[in-house]
Design a protein around this ligand. Structure first.
Ligand SMILES: [Zn+2]
Ligand SMILES: [Zn+2]
Length: 249
């Protein structure tokens, strides 16, 4: 039986040879890391080792910088989530990978990045001891333009790795906010106020929540989601994203 399985796997590998999901190389020898979705070079570029990062907002810091109470990127911001973990900063190879995955016809690229996020940040994610994974929902305008919500795909992968449930129905968009890109960084927190509602509040009451999105910039969206979830009794809200944009303010 095992022989039959390996023969069929070999046949599948012959028809659909392994391909790096970022650069498209098919050299299986260079297949890297635990997930094997990217070649070794791409994986190192997508997720370079972060030696030191801010616990509060996930920003990469210099090797000797300490950031009690937040770093230069978040200290002045009214962030309501408890901490943030990410694959890396939104630049270079990670930015390219996130963008191409986000606008793809298939959710496979996003799932591969989520696999990598889980394998690279496994200890941290498990350490949160979350009971429930909740993705940030898309606005209806964005839903019309995209085939899938990257946050839901990432939430499903992380929930499966953590053996907990992902629920994409609890958190809903309440109203249409102005696109965050058109609002100044300082006003993004105000722009997000009351932008979510929670259905079935009892589901989050007393729970530890892992909030998930694909990219976080100022943190205003995740912060507002954390605020409303805590208002409904969530004990804590940690955030996991693929990439953190360093806005410098
Ligand atoms: Zn590659
Ligand atoms: Zn920070």
């Amino acid at each position: 039986m095992k022989t039959l399985q390996s023969v069929s796997q070999a046949a599948l590998d012959f028809i659909y040879p392994w391909t790096c999901q970022l650069c498209g190389c098919t050299d299986e020898v260079s297949r890297g890391g635990a997930t094997g979705n990217f070649c070794r070079d791409c994986q190192e570029q997508i997720s370079p080792e972060i030696l030191n990062s801010c616990d509060r907002c996930g920003a990469g810091l210099g090797p000797y910088a300490s950031a009690p109470g937040g770093c230069v990127h978040c200290r002045s911001k009214p962030i309501r989530f408890d901490s943030l973990t990410c694959l890396g900063m939104y630049e270079d190879a990670l930015r390219k990978a996130v963008l191409s995955a986000k606008w793809s016809f298939s959710s496979a690229g996003t799932a591969s990045l989520a696999d990598l996020l889980f394998s690279q940040r496994r200890a941290e994610l498990r350490g949160y001891a979350a009971d429930l994974v909740i993705p940030i929902p898309q606005s209806w305008q964005v839903r019309l333009r995209r085939r899938f919500n990257p946050a839901s795909v990432i939430a499903a992968v992380l929930a499966s790795g953590l053996h907990i449930r992902a629920d994409e129905h609890i958190l809903r968009r309440r109203r249409n906010t102005r696109p965050q890109k058109r609002v100044s960084v300082q006003r993004r927190f105000d722009n997000q106020k009351n932008s979510f509602r929670v259905c079935d509040g009892h589901v989050v009451d007393g729970r530890r929540v892992l909030l998930v999105d694909d990219v976080v910039t100022t943190g205003a969206t995740c912060s507002e989601a954390a605020r409303i979830l805590k208002q409904h009794g969530a004990k804590c809200c940690e955030v996991a994203v693929l990439a953190r944009v360093l806005d410098g303010r």
